[in-house]
Design a protein around this ligand. Structure first.
Ligand SMILES: [Zn+2]
Length: 181
């Protein structure tokens, strides 16, 4: 996976594209959490669930179906605070971004993206991102700077560039807070 920091950063960068004052800090935080949630599947290791299992790391928790469930659950928690037409797609895309960016990494298991339609574990054809250990002790070999550099080059910098272009090219018209429309 990319590091937890990068997973959480992508929704924040997306919010930067919308613009300060027109995005809600609460919803952005919720989206950052949604982007990290799929990796809670590592807790399965404590119960003897291996990465080979669909219940293990990068299994069903990284699927499109799981992203939809995360969005529905999160949207329900945020109901009344934000318009669901905004919160649901934001949460869904944030959660989905996790699996899609994991597919770009050069190690670990593939992603069960299409579960339950298919159990196949998939990678992207192009995998430029250094895979990150889930636990901090995995960085003991000094790999962290390399991982962060590849995430900066292949995820953060392009995302910031797209956000900047959106800010420049797309006229402002989106209000996320309920009642501000
Ligand atoms: Zn992951």
């Amino acid at each position: 996976m990319p590091t937890v920091l990068t997973h959480a950063a992508l929704p924040v960068i997306a919010a930067m594209a919308v613009g300060r004052g027109r995005s809600s800090r609460g919803l952005v935080i919720a989206c950052a959490v949604a982007a990290v949630i799929p990796d809670l599947d590592v807790a399965g290791r404590a119960f003897g669930i291996s990465s080979e299992s669909l219940l293990g790391h990068r299994g069903i928790s990284h699927s499109i179906a799981a992203a939809a469930l995360i969005a529905i659950f999160g949207g329900a928690l945020l109901a009344g605070r934000y318009r669901w037409q905004v919160s649901l797609p934001c949460l869904f895309l944030s959660a989905l971004s996790h699996g899609l960016t994991d597919m770009l990494t050069d190690g670990g298991k593939g992603i069960a993206l299409w579960w339950p339609i298919s159990d196949e574990r998939l990678f992207a054809p192009f995998r430029p991102i250094e895979v990150s250990p889930i636990l901090l002790r995995g960085f003991e070999n000094g790999k962290l700077p390399l991982v962060l550099l590849s995430e900066l080059i292949w995820l953060i910098a392009p995302a910031l560039l797209v956000a900047l272009l959106v800010r420049i090219l797309v006229p402002p018209h989106i209000d996320l807070d309920k009642g501000q429309s």
